[in-house]
Design a protein around this ligand. Structure first.
Ligand code: GRF
Length: 216
């Protein structure tokens, strides 16, 4: 692929893709903040969601995207991560995507894909990273007995939930909380901080540190 990566700010509305495996409440929040453009409608202000990719054919996120008139693509993951990434990359290029937001995307992307999209690939995670990375973060927080958890939007790097943090916000863990109640409290905050974090990146106010290297 030609490396036409522009730094942020772009000087034009950004074209966003969302990768999601589940019901898509974060996708809905992102589409509310960065509405899909419809023919004849006013052009996007700062960004517009143009593509949703899911590894699950039955993901609620794909239905949400279709209802909103956004490109909605199922790409099988299976045992073939490279095949998924190549097919997703074709869609990303076809839709001229500038930035990808992972929103409940339950697959781990390769270090090569993370490097290709460095600074333009974001994820939301339901804990105050670096606490409780990986699967079942809300369950992990409850099992640890913490009185505060929260959520984090971060750049994706080669690790799992290890990339530079863009936005983070805490919520209390209340007596009697179970996974459902705590997750709902955290997700309500995700829906606020994810669009805010995307805006910060698009403004050029958040970026991963310069790669190491060079002489010496
Ligand atoms: C979110 O809680 C996010 O933190 C995690 O997966 C969940 C996705 O939920 N990575 P939804 O599909 O956006 O409702």
């Amino acid at each position: 692929m030609a490396d036409d990566r522009a730094g942020f700010p772009l000087g034009r509305p950004a074209r966003l893709a969302v990768f999601a495996s589940g019901r898509g409440s974060n996708l809905a929040a992102l589409m509310a903040s960065f509405p899909p453009t419809r023919p004849g409608a006013a052009p996007a202000k700062d960004a517009t969601v143009v593509l949703v990719v899911s590894d699950r054919r039955d993901a609620g996120a794909l239905a949400l995207a279709r209802d909103a008139g956004v490109g909605a693509v199922h790409v099988a993951f299976g045992r073939d991560r490279e095949g998924f990434e190549a097919a997703a990359q074709r869609e990303l290029e076809r839709h001229r995507v500038d930035l990808i937001a992972l929103a409940g995307f339950m697959r781990v992307l390769s270090p090569a894909f993370a490097a290709l999209w460095r600074g333009r690939l974001l994820n939301v995670h339901p804990s105050l990273l670096p606490a409780f990375p990986g699967l079942h973060a809300v369950r992990q927080a409850l099992a640890a007995g913490v009185d505060r958890s929260g959520c984090t939007v971060h750049f994706v790097d080669a690790g799992v939930d290890t990339g530079p943090v863009i936005e983070q916000r805490g919520v209390p863990v209340l007596p009697g909380d179970d996974e459902t109640t705590l997750q709902a409290r955290i997700q309500a905050v995700e829906h606020e901080i994810y669009p805010a974090a995307v805006r910060a990146v698009l403004r050029g106010d958040a970026a991963p540190a310069a790669p190491r290297g060079g002489p010496g």
